[in-house]
Design a binder for this molecule. Structure first.
Ligand code: SAM
Ligand code: ZN
Length: 272
Protein backbone atom coordinates (compact mmCIF):
# COMPACT_ATOMS: atom_id res chain seq x y z
CA UNK A 1 0.00 0.00 0.00
CA UNK A 2 1.43 3.47 -0.90
CA UNK A 3 1.26 5.85 2.00
CA UNK A 4 3.86 8.25 0.73
CA UNK A 5 2.07 10.86 -1.42
CA UNK A 6 5.46 12.52 -2.11
CA UNK A 7 7.00 9.57 -3.91
CA UNK A 8 7.61 10.34 -7.61
CA UNK A 9 8.52 6.77 -8.66
CA UNK A 10 5.70 4.57 -10.03
CA UNK A 11 4.54 2.43 -7.16
CA UNK A 12 2.19 -0.38 -8.17
CA UNK A 13 1.59 -1.50 -4.59
CA UNK A 14 -1.43 0.81 -4.30
CA UNK A 15 -3.28 -1.37 -6.81
CA UNK A 16 -5.11 -4.58 -5.90
CA UNK A 17 -6.65 -7.27 -8.07
CA UNK A 18 -9.88 -5.83 -9.56
CA UNK A 19 -11.50 -9.29 -9.45
CA UNK A 20 -10.87 -10.35 -5.85
CA UNK A 21 -9.05 -7.35 -4.27
CA UNK A 22 -6.10 -9.62 -3.54
CA UNK A 23 -2.54 -8.34 -3.17
CA UNK A 24 -0.56 -7.97 -6.40
CA UNK A 25 3.07 -8.96 -6.74
CA UNK A 26 5.33 -7.71 -9.52
CA UNK A 27 6.65 -10.59 -11.62
CA UNK A 28 8.60 -9.46 -14.69
CA UNK A 29 6.32 -7.25 -16.77
CA UNK A 30 3.18 -8.39 -14.96
CA UNK A 31 1.33 -7.90 -11.70
CA UNK A 32 0.14 -11.22 -10.31
CA UNK A 33 -2.68 -11.76 -7.88
CA UNK A 34 -1.61 -14.00 -5.03
CA UNK A 35 -5.25 -14.89 -4.22
CA UNK A 36 -6.92 -15.73 -7.57
CA UNK A 37 -3.76 -16.00 -9.73
CA UNK A 38 -4.95 -13.56 -12.39
CA UNK A 39 -2.02 -11.89 -14.12
CA UNK A 40 -2.08 -8.29 -15.39
CA UNK A 41 0.44 -7.02 -17.95
CA UNK A 42 2.31 -3.74 -17.40
CA UNK A 43 3.30 -1.87 -20.54
CA UNK A 44 5.18 1.46 -20.49
CA UNK A 45 4.54 1.60 -16.72
CA UNK A 46 0.77 1.37 -17.28
CA UNK A 47 -0.82 -1.72 -15.67
CA UNK A 48 -3.63 -3.26 -17.69
CA UNK A 49 -6.45 -4.62 -15.52
CA UNK A 50 -8.83 -5.34 -18.42
CA UNK A 51 -8.37 -8.92 -19.54
CA UNK A 52 -11.40 -9.16 -21.85
CA UNK A 53 -11.51 -7.96 -25.46
CA UNK A 54 -13.65 -4.82 -25.27
CA UNK A 55 -14.22 -4.75 -29.02
CA UNK A 56 -16.46 -7.82 -28.50
CA UNK A 57 -18.49 -6.16 -25.71
CA UNK A 58 -22.27 -5.79 -25.91
CA UNK A 59 -21.79 -2.27 -24.50
CA UNK A 60 -21.51 0.13 -27.50
CA UNK A 61 -19.21 2.55 -25.62
CA UNK A 62 -16.74 -0.20 -24.70
CA UNK A 63 -16.93 -1.62 -28.23
CA UNK A 64 -15.77 1.74 -29.63
CA UNK A 65 -12.55 1.73 -27.56
CA UNK A 66 -10.34 1.75 -30.69
CA UNK A 67 -12.00 4.99 -31.74
CA UNK A 68 -11.21 6.46 -28.31
CA UNK A 69 -7.57 5.37 -28.77
CA UNK A 70 -7.44 7.44 -31.98
CA UNK A 71 -9.27 10.41 -30.45
CA UNK A 72 -6.57 10.58 -27.74
CA UNK A 73 -4.13 12.27 -30.15
CA UNK A 74 -6.31 15.32 -30.66
CA UNK A 75 -8.47 15.18 -27.53
CA UNK A 76 -6.79 18.01 -25.63
CA UNK A 77 -5.76 19.96 -28.73
CA UNK A 78 -7.51 23.03 -30.12
CA UNK A 79 -9.23 20.71 -32.60
CA UNK A 80 -11.32 18.94 -29.98
CA UNK A 81 -11.76 20.06 -26.38
CA UNK A 82 -12.40 23.80 -26.86
CA UNK A 83 -14.67 23.03 -29.83
CA UNK A 84 -16.67 20.38 -27.94
CA UNK A 85 -16.86 22.64 -24.90
CA UNK A 86 -18.17 25.55 -26.93
CA UNK A 87 -20.76 23.31 -28.62
CA UNK A 88 -22.04 21.75 -25.39
CA UNK A 89 -21.69 24.64 -22.95
CA UNK A 90 -22.77 27.28 -25.45
CA UNK A 91 -21.23 30.68 -26.06
CA UNK A 92 -19.63 32.47 -23.08
CA UNK A 93 -20.75 29.89 -20.49
CA UNK A 94 -17.44 28.40 -19.36
CA UNK A 95 -13.94 28.11 -20.86
CA UNK A 96 -11.52 25.17 -20.62
CA UNK A 97 -9.51 27.10 -18.00
CA UNK A 98 -12.78 27.86 -16.19
CA UNK A 99 -13.72 24.18 -16.17
CA UNK A 100 -10.29 23.19 -14.80
CA UNK A 101 -10.72 25.76 -12.01
CA UNK A 102 -14.23 24.51 -11.31
CA UNK A 103 -13.03 20.89 -10.94
CA UNK A 104 -10.13 22.11 -8.77
CA UNK A 105 -12.62 23.96 -6.55
CA UNK A 106 -14.98 20.97 -6.36
CA UNK A 107 -12.09 18.75 -5.23
CA UNK A 108 -11.12 21.44 -2.74
CA UNK A 109 -7.95 21.65 -0.69
CA UNK A 110 -7.66 17.92 0.09
CA UNK A 111 -4.24 16.31 0.18
CA UNK A 112 -3.50 12.60 -0.10
CA UNK A 113 -4.69 10.37 -2.92
CA UNK A 114 -7.18 11.30 -5.65
CA UNK A 115 -8.97 9.00 -8.11
CA UNK A 116 -9.55 10.31 -11.65
CA UNK A 117 -12.23 8.03 -13.12
CA UNK A 118 -12.28 7.64 -16.91
CA UNK A 119 -9.41 10.14 -16.89
CA UNK A 120 -8.83 10.23 -20.67
CA UNK A 121 -5.34 11.77 -21.03
CA UNK A 122 -5.55 12.91 -17.39
CA UNK A 123 -7.25 16.14 -18.42
CA UNK A 124 -8.03 17.09 -14.82
CA UNK A 125 -5.82 14.73 -12.81
CA UNK A 126 -2.59 16.05 -14.36
CA UNK A 127 -3.59 19.59 -13.51
CA UNK A 128 -4.40 18.96 -9.86
CA UNK A 129 -1.59 16.48 -9.08
CA UNK A 130 1.10 17.75 -6.75
CA UNK A 131 3.68 16.56 -4.25
CA UNK A 132 0.96 16.38 -1.62
CA UNK A 133 -1.70 14.98 -3.96
CA UNK A 134 -1.01 11.77 -5.85
CA UNK A 135 -3.57 11.11 -8.60
CA UNK A 136 -4.50 7.66 -9.94
CA UNK A 137 -6.17 7.87 -13.35
CA UNK A 138 -8.05 4.90 -14.79
CA UNK A 139 -9.53 4.55 -18.27
CA UNK A 140 -10.46 1.80 -20.72
CA UNK A 141 -8.51 3.40 -23.59
CA UNK A 142 -4.78 2.61 -23.79
CA UNK A 143 -4.42 5.42 -26.34
CA UNK A 144 -5.79 7.96 -23.84
CA UNK A 145 -3.57 6.62 -21.05
CA UNK A 146 -0.39 6.59 -23.17
CA UNK A 147 -1.16 10.12 -24.33
CA UNK A 148 -1.73 11.23 -20.73
CA UNK A 149 1.56 9.65 -19.61
CA UNK A 150 3.37 11.40 -22.50
CA UNK A 151 1.85 14.78 -21.54
CA UNK A 152 2.75 14.17 -17.88
CA UNK A 153 6.40 13.42 -18.81
CA UNK A 154 6.55 16.51 -21.03
CA UNK A 155 5.01 18.72 -18.34
CA UNK A 156 7.13 17.27 -15.53
CA UNK A 157 4.02 15.96 -13.73
CA UNK A 158 5.38 13.15 -11.57
CA UNK A 159 2.46 12.63 -9.22
CA UNK A 160 -0.07 11.07 -11.56
CA UNK A 161 -0.17 7.37 -12.41
CA UNK A 162 -2.28 5.76 -15.11
CA UNK A 163 -3.80 2.28 -15.34
CA UNK A 164 -6.20 0.61 -17.74
CA UNK A 165 -9.29 -0.40 -15.82
CA UNK A 166 -13.07 -0.24 -15.91
CA UNK A 167 -15.09 1.89 -13.53
CA UNK A 168 -17.23 -1.19 -12.84
CA UNK A 169 -14.31 -3.03 -11.16
CA UNK A 170 -11.73 -0.60 -9.84
CA UNK A 171 -8.32 -2.03 -8.89
CA UNK A 172 -8.27 -0.34 -5.49
CA UNK A 173 -9.09 -1.26 -1.89
CA UNK A 174 -12.11 0.13 -0.01
CA UNK A 175 -11.91 3.68 1.41
CA UNK A 176 -8.42 4.61 0.17
CA UNK A 177 -9.10 7.84 -1.75
CA UNK A 178 -9.38 11.34 -0.32
CA UNK A 179 -11.27 12.68 -3.38
CA UNK A 180 -12.44 11.60 -6.83
CA UNK A 181 -13.12 13.21 -10.19
CA UNK A 182 -15.54 11.77 -12.72
CA UNK A 183 -15.59 14.16 -15.67
CA UNK A 184 -16.99 13.68 -19.15
CA UNK A 185 -17.91 10.06 -18.52
CA UNK A 186 -20.81 9.31 -16.12
CA UNK A 187 -23.26 9.59 -19.03
CA UNK A 188 -21.25 6.89 -20.88
CA UNK A 189 -21.49 4.23 -18.19
CA UNK A 190 -24.14 1.58 -18.79
CA UNK A 191 -24.98 1.46 -15.07
CA UNK A 192 -24.28 4.97 -13.70
CA UNK A 193 -25.61 4.01 -10.24
CA UNK A 194 -23.36 0.95 -10.09
CA UNK A 195 -20.40 3.11 -11.15
CA UNK A 196 -21.15 5.63 -8.38
CA UNK A 197 -21.37 2.80 -5.85
CA UNK A 198 -18.00 1.42 -7.01
CA UNK A 199 -16.37 4.89 -6.87
CA UNK A 200 -17.95 5.38 -3.42
CA UNK A 201 -16.50 2.05 -2.26
CA UNK A 202 -12.98 3.39 -2.83
CA UNK A 203 -13.60 6.79 -1.16
CA UNK A 204 -13.02 7.66 2.48
CA UNK A 205 -16.04 8.95 4.37
CA UNK A 206 -16.47 12.70 3.71
CA UNK A 207 -14.32 12.64 0.55
CA UNK A 208 -15.53 14.95 -2.24
CA UNK A 209 -16.58 13.69 -5.67
CA UNK A 210 -16.45 16.16 -8.59
CA UNK A 211 -18.71 15.23 -11.50
CA UNK A 212 -18.99 16.92 -14.90
CA UNK A 213 -21.56 15.43 -17.25
CA UNK A 214 -24.30 16.45 -19.69
CA UNK A 215 -27.81 17.81 -19.21
CA UNK A 216 -30.51 19.17 -21.49
CA UNK A 217 -29.86 22.79 -20.50
CA UNK A 218 -31.13 26.07 -21.95
CA UNK A 219 -27.98 26.60 -24.01
CA UNK A 220 -25.55 24.31 -25.82
CA UNK A 221 -26.23 21.47 -28.23
CA UNK A 222 -28.47 19.40 -25.97
CA UNK A 223 -31.19 22.04 -25.93
CA UNK A 224 -32.12 20.69 -29.37
CA UNK A 225 -34.44 17.64 -29.05
CA UNK A 226 -33.00 16.04 -32.18
CA UNK A 227 -29.42 16.18 -30.79
CA UNK A 228 -30.71 14.88 -27.48
CA UNK A 229 -32.31 11.89 -29.19
CA UNK A 230 -29.14 11.19 -31.16
CA UNK A 231 -26.96 11.38 -28.02
CA UNK A 232 -29.24 8.85 -26.30
CA UNK A 233 -29.30 6.58 -29.34
CA UNK A 234 -25.48 6.49 -29.38
CA UNK A 235 -25.44 5.10 -25.84
CA UNK A 236 -25.14 8.33 -23.85
CA UNK A 237 -27.32 9.21 -20.86
CA UNK A 238 -28.43 12.81 -20.40
CA UNK A 239 -29.09 13.64 -16.74
CA UNK A 240 -31.45 16.13 -15.19
CA UNK A 241 -30.09 17.87 -12.08
CA UNK A 242 -32.62 16.16 -9.80
CA UNK A 243 -32.00 12.73 -11.38
CA UNK A 244 -28.24 12.99 -10.80
CA UNK A 245 -28.66 14.27 -7.25
CA UNK A 246 -31.13 11.46 -6.49
CA UNK A 247 -28.77 8.85 -7.94
CA UNK A 248 -25.92 10.21 -5.84
CA UNK A 249 -27.92 10.09 -2.61
CA UNK A 250 -29.17 6.58 -3.48
CA UNK A 251 -25.54 5.46 -3.68
CA UNK A 252 -24.26 6.93 -0.46
CA UNK A 253 -23.34 10.52 -1.35
CA UNK A 254 -24.56 13.62 0.47
CA UNK A 255 -24.49 17.42 0.15
CA UNK A 256 -24.91 17.65 -3.64
CA UNK A 257 -24.28 21.09 -5.14
CA UNK A 258 -25.00 21.40 -8.85
CA UNK A 259 -24.34 24.09 -11.46
CA UNK A 260 -25.45 24.09 -15.08
CA UNK A 261 -23.42 25.69 -17.89
CA UNK A 262 -25.46 25.37 -21.07
CA UNK A 263 -25.66 21.60 -21.62
CA UNK A 264 -22.96 20.85 -19.03
CA UNK A 265 -23.82 19.79 -15.50
CA UNK A 266 -21.22 20.06 -12.74
CA UNK A 267 -22.04 18.48 -9.41
CA UNK A 268 -20.05 18.19 -6.19
CA UNK A 269 -21.05 15.62 -3.60
CA UNK A 270 -19.45 13.97 -0.59
CA UNK A 271 -19.12 10.33 0.35
CA UNK A 272 -21.41 9.85 3.35
C1 SAM B 1 -15.01 12.26 -22.91
S1 SAM B 1 -13.70 11.32 -22.22
C2 SAM B 1 -13.41 12.17 -20.67
C3 SAM B 1 -11.95 12.28 -20.36
C4 SAM B 1 -11.63 13.21 -19.17
N1 SAM B 1 -12.14 12.70 -17.92
C5 SAM B 1 -12.18 14.60 -19.41
O1 SAM B 1 -13.13 15.00 -18.75
O2 SAM B 1 -11.64 15.28 -20.28
C6 SAM B 1 -14.56 9.87 -21.66
C7 SAM B 1 -13.61 8.76 -21.23
O3 SAM B 1 -14.35 7.73 -20.57
C8 SAM B 1 -13.68 6.51 -20.80
N2 SAM B 1 -14.60 5.40 -20.46
C9 SAM B 1 -15.79 5.10 -21.04
N3 SAM B 1 -16.38 4.06 -20.42
C10 SAM B 1 -15.55 3.69 -19.41
C11 SAM B 1 -15.61 2.67 -18.40
N4 SAM B 1 -16.64 1.82 -18.31
N5 SAM B 1 -14.60 2.60 -17.49
C12 SAM B 1 -13.54 3.46 -17.57
N6 SAM B 1 -13.43 4.43 -18.50
C13 SAM B 1 -14.42 4.55 -19.42
C14 SAM B 1 -13.27 6.62 -22.26
O4 SAM B 1 -12.24 5.75 -22.63
C15 SAM B 1 -12.87 8.10 -22.38
O5 SAM B 1 -11.48 8.29 -22.25
ZN1 ZN C 1 -7.38 -11.76 -7.70
Amino acid sequence: MVNNANSAAPDFSFYVCPQCKGILTAAGATLQCSACSHSYPVQHQIPDFILEDLTQSTNPVLRRVKWLDLLARVYESKLWYPVALRLFAGRGQISFAGLINLVREMVGPVNGVVLDVACGPGTYGRRIASASRRVYGIDISRGMLEQGAAYARREGVTHMQFSRARVETLPFRDAVFDAAICSGSLHLFQDAGGALAEIGRTLKSGAPLAIVTFTAGRAGLLRFPRVLRLARKRGGHVFSVSELEHLLSEHGFTGCKSNVYGSLLACRAQKG
